[in-house]
Design a protein around this ligand. Sequence first.
Ligand code: CU
Length: 484
Amino acid sequence: MTINRRSFLKRAAAIPLATVPDGFAEAAENQAGSEKADYTIRIATGLIELSPEQIVSTTLYNGQFPGPLVRLTEGKHAVVDIYNDTDTPEQLHWHGQFISTDIDGAAEEGTPYIPAHGMRRIAFVPKPSGFRFYHTHIVPMNNLSLGTYTGQAGPVYIEPTNNPGAYDREVFLVLKEFLPSFSRGGDMAMDFLAGAPIGELQDIGKEADEQFNGPKGYEVGYDVFGINGRMLGHGEPIRVKKGERVLFHVLNASAGEIRSLALPGHIFRIVALDGNPVPTPADVPVLWLGAAERISAIVEMNEPGVWVMGDLDDDDRGHGMGIVVEYADATGKPRWSEPEAYKWDYTIFGKAGVTSASPDESMEFTIVKHNAALNGFNQWLLNGEAFSMDTMKPVYTVHEGRRYRFKLRNASDDIHPLHLHRHSFELVRVGGRPTAGVIKDVVMLGGFQEVEFDFVADNRGLTLFHCHQQLHMDFGFMFLLDYA
Ligand SMILES: [Cu+2]
């Protein structure tokens, strides 16, 4: 497609930006005469009715939670208008897509803000295909009314050019908590990940704890939980028929919580992780998702009844984290039963007996927590350094075309959902087990465990790596990669 210069200038002038960043002109040109955006997203304060008793006021996309499902086609130009009706400059991050730094939605990479009471038109080529999402990428620090503590998250589905489609229908589920508050310490599930703690990492952690031995640092807890913005029992049930194959696309849009999901009497056949088809689809009784992880799983509906699909945690489920699955002609109260204990192991989805390609370079990072070191908040250091929000200086350099192996060593008891922007990575070793072929953009790293993954530096520009636990990333757990 071509564009005449006059219409480009007209369009560029309509965008209220102080500066037109590098790459934006190119992006705008790509929209080639489409005056109407494919999607319009409005950021504004609104209400979510989780239940008639719990109507939460927070920042939303298009006045709803989750934000509208953005369906795009791989490789087909998309134009999105983003309006910010709030008083705070915003960033809208396209999580899991290989796009440029001016579109990605991270100020640390140089993406321009969507100004308060302003707008940005962005254009990009969606890729890769699969289940992605969009969410705010503001740094809330101690402000629980900003960032991922709000309702700013929505699913993205990028259609592949050819869709295999061995299912009857798709259901998108977005898991999210509301009404956050701080407390000292938390009660996150810890023992569900496969693998054992490593003594050397426990020793490093112990040393740090002895140095910072005051009261526990702040953690965030929540009062209300829901799926697709409704507490368990308050939304429309998922209505199914016996024999139907339902493809669930599950997104954990939490600011930091790890979620589990089970459907009594049913098995999930996991076909994709973070939107990427897995080499070995596998049957599991329960899904576990760190913040920002996605799972696509097919459930064959062959146990008629009315069921609760919900979190294993009684307290979270009791406060709304679940949804009713109702077979046609079935009646009665929704039933719940606890599935058998199950260890979550990413490696079962890998290619059996295959070793990942050798990396060109390897980097190792040791993660240490300084308990309550920053005004009561835990500080996070990688190889002794916390990310500086003031300088936003890239610490590591990568060379285009090279394959990098990252080894993350967790000297803390917290689980960290690690996320790399603008690239995917291949899991190489998790919980002590080697694997290959599992492509992700977030991976949970267990307490006192190690994870190794590879990525190819194939998308030039500043690239953010961080823990997706909002509190961790805001207080140090982040760094920038730059291309040489
Ligand atoms: Cu973390």
